[in-house]
Each structure stands twice: as structure tokens, then as C-alpha cells.
Write a protein that binds this ligand. Sequence first.
Ligand code: GLU
Length: 501
Amino acid sequence: MSKQVRVRFAPSPTGPLHIGGVRTALFNYLFAKKHNGVFYLRIEDTDQTRFVPGAEAYIMEALEWLGIAPEETVGKNEKFGPYRQSERKHLYQQYADQLINSGWAYYAFDTPEALDAHRKQHEAEGKTFIYNYHNREKLDTSLVISAEETAKRIANGEHYVIRFKTPVDETLHLKDIIRGDVKFETNLLDDKVLFKSDGMPTYHLANIVDDHLMETSHVIRGEEWLPSMPLHVLLYRAFNWEAPEFAHLPLILKPIGNGKLSKRDGDKMGFPVFPLEWKTEEGVSSGYREKGFFPEAVVNFLALLGWNDGTDKEIYSLEELAASFDLSRVHKAGAKFDPEKNKWFNHQYLIKQNDADLAKDFTPILEEKGVDISKYDITRIVSLIKERANFVSDFWDLTDFFFQAPTSYDEKASKNWNSATPALMQELISTLEYIDGFDSANIEAIVKDWLTKNEIGMGKVMQPFRLSLVGALKGPHLFDIVEIIGKEETISRIQKAISTL
Ligand code: GLU
């Protein structure tokens, strides 16, 4: 790659960023890092009817949280600024005019009613109305009236749009880094609107002008933009500008069934499709951050949605991803979203966290439950159970018995409690009472010694013992629990079990 890599993420601020958009941003980020290039963020807000307040700030915050903030954007290194298209409005008209003057575009004055009538008439004849070379000379355009007449109508304030004059009878052989050669017939394209008389460009014009002015070397975006690629390449030709390279990323598919992953899939199956929570009057959509995902885990998971480095490696830091990432190894086929795998990644990152940090994250939950945390070594408790958790929010269910005696006993497990159990539990209490050094290993040695000497089967004592302390046959190493809750509490729980069961 000879010229400097400059790639962009160019969302329209129409709502929260979908996880597919996050992946597009991530792949751009990784590509930039890999090639010592620049990743920038441009806000494409030319369609004011779809503008949603808060969406832009949301996008920025999401990228920050994920650790993939752009190097240039609104308010940050505005080398090619402004980075918000609504603030670049003054720029686009001259480019639209340039295309008119060079014959690559024309004015169209058709009213919405006239277009509607054409559509209906075509339908009646069993045809589809496409605004292109077929009929552009039969419609109300500057192609069929004089320049003077055109100028007069514009001066009179008539509504118009500027349309692209798509070349006729050409097969475009285009290159996509992921898809290889892609072919388009120009006769199947419509003459897209580039500019409107309200002074606003459409997406297509603004996008191409800005990608050019901001020196974009590669356009990496979702597959849904592939149909726009021929128009975009033709626009570069029309302007006589060098086109960037293109890469269209595969769709992210539903976990079950066919089609694109939607917010509804997430709602149905209980996983977020947005990086951060998004609140509107209609309700709250959950976010990865609020659900307790680690940003590194989300990044790692998303990177493997549609890409791998050809090995079985799954756990990558952001730096490792940037070093291994290769656009030509991105798959063409859609990538199925697997919510279980998503959690598995979080688990991998959770167990790598430092126990003290996890304890800190767990503290607010404990405080809410009314636990006096000064009485416990939370770091130790966390170290005992984190292997079983995907999220910090799982910790309470895995540790509640450290902080409170069971209020009920698992029915199935209670079957291990038989007529001989109470006497054995009494003996266990007596054994425990005499233990001085009340640490896990010591207690275990003494209890086991008692069992061996008296030829009592392990299961006969251990299962009822666990049931007494935990209320079920779950939890970490039994003697660690005994040590942490202490002698007095252990004995009191056994006594309670004897009287209840
Ligand atoms: N504004 C477009 C979007 O919302 C950008 C598409 C592109 O990257 O060209 O996705």
C-alpha cells in the first residue's frame, strides 16, 4: 500500500449504534492500525428528517468505551473538518454544479405527483418505473429544454433535484477486497438524486465528495451498501478523482433462522444489540456495557464475526487483533450471531481480571443486598467462584451462602439426608468445636481424619454438610466455605439443618 491509509466510519445519527455498525467501526479501526493509518469518524447527518438527538454523542461514547475512538472527528484533530456533514453544507453545491457543467448530471423538475402518475401508469402496464436512460428524455428535465429555460425555471424558485446521468450500455467490472470482482450493468441503475433545491446534497453526493476531500483510501462498510458501489465509482469517474478501494463486510445474521440480526432477536433471546443502553420514551434498550460485558470481550467477539486469521486462536487483545487483521481474510458469507459464544468471551475476560478489581465491581451489589462488606474478604470469595461466572452480576447467586444462611434446602439434594444423618452431623459439630486453627486445609484434614478413623463414608457426611451450609449441592470447595463463614456460623447452620430437615 503506497498512499497513506485513511479510513472512516460514517454513521448517520439516526439512533443508537447497532452492533453491526460497531463491527464496521472496529474493522476500520483495525485496518487503520494495521497499516499505520488514520481512522476517522464522520457524521453523515444530511437527512435532517431522520436526525435523532443524542445519537451522535452516543456513537462517540460507544467507540470510546470500546477503546476504538477515532483519531479525527468532530472536536478532535479536525484536519479535514468540519466532520459533521450538516456543517459542510456550503461545500456540496459547487460539486453538483460541476457535474451539471460536465454533462454528468441534469436538473429534474418532476413534481412528486407527476412521478407518482408515471409509477402508476407503468404499474398498469405491468412494468416498473425506473428513472433512468429509458425515460429521462421523456420527463421534465434539463435534458430536453434549453439552458435558458432551465435557468429561468430555477430562478423562478421551481423545485428541482439534480440527478446523476448514468452512462448507458456499460458493464462495470469492479473490485471489492472481500468479494473479488463484482459486475454491474449500468442500464439497471437509476439516475439517483444527488442534490435538492433546498441546498442539501443526498447521501451519495456528500459521501463521495467527503471521502475525496478527506483523502479516504479505503471504504470499508456493510454489505447493504454494495448496490451503491457502481454509482459511487461512476461519481469518482465523473469528477475525475481517484476512487478509494472498497470492501463490503458480510451481514451479521440472526442466531436462529435467516436474515439480518435485529433488535427483536435480542429482545426475544435476552441479549443486547447495542453497545450502550439507549433510552427513549418508548422504553429502554439494553446495552453491552450495562449488561456487564467487558469492552475487550465485545471487541474480541465482534472481530471474529466474519473474520479469522486462519488459525484456531480466539482470544485476542486489541493490539493482537490490529497486528493480525487482514481485510482479504474477511468472509463473504454472513456471520451468524451466537449469544452463547458472546457470553463465553466475557467469561474468558472475566477470569483474566484481577480478583481485587472484580471484588470492587461486586461491592455495589453486595451493599445493595445489605452485606456488611467489612466483615468479609471479598477478594478471596471472588477468587473462589469466578470460574463459574460469565458476569459480575452472576456473583451474588454464586456467593450468597457466604453472607447468609440458607432459608430453604434443595429438595432433590435433601434426599441425601436420612435417619442416620442427624447423629453424624452432631458428631461433626463436636469435631469442629475442637479445631483451633480454623483454616480450610486444617479443617479438612481433621474432618477427614475423623471419617477415616471411624470408617464413615465420605458422601454420608460431606453432602449433608454442604447442604447445611449452602442449601444445595453447589458452590466451591466445602472447607473454603467453612473457613470463610467461621466456626460459629458453620455450627449454627448445621444445627439449623438438623432441626429443619
Ligand atoms: N451514512 C452511511 C451509513 O449510515 C455511510 C455508508 C458508507 O459507509 O458509505 O451507514
